[in-house]
Ligand binder design. Structure first.
Ligand SMILES: [Zn+2]
Ligand SMILES: [Zn+2]
Length: 70
């Protein structure tokens, strides 16, 4: 899989992760790792079932939407 963000800019870069929200492939430069334990609204996982920090990879678009969506 190729990095979607780079592909949009005409670049060809291998993805190293997948955004858990939209499923977009992202390279190291564009993957944003979010380690917040509890996410508002329990999205995308039911928050009561996730008590430990787990790596959650977001693409820049989803990160911006989740962080600045209010
Ligand atoms: Zn995304
Ligand atoms: Zn990229």
């Amino acid at each position: 899989m190729k990095c979607y963000v780079d592909a949009m800019e005409g670049k060809d870069k291998d993805a190293v992760a997948i955004c858990i929200v939209c499923g977009m492939g992202v390279c190291l430069d564009h993957a944003i790792r979010e380690d917040v334990t509890i996410w508002e609204g329990g999205y995308p996982f039911p928050s009561e079932k996730v008590s430990k920090n787990i790596p959650r990879i977001l693409c820049p678009a989803c990160y911006a939407a989740l962080k600045g969506g209010k």
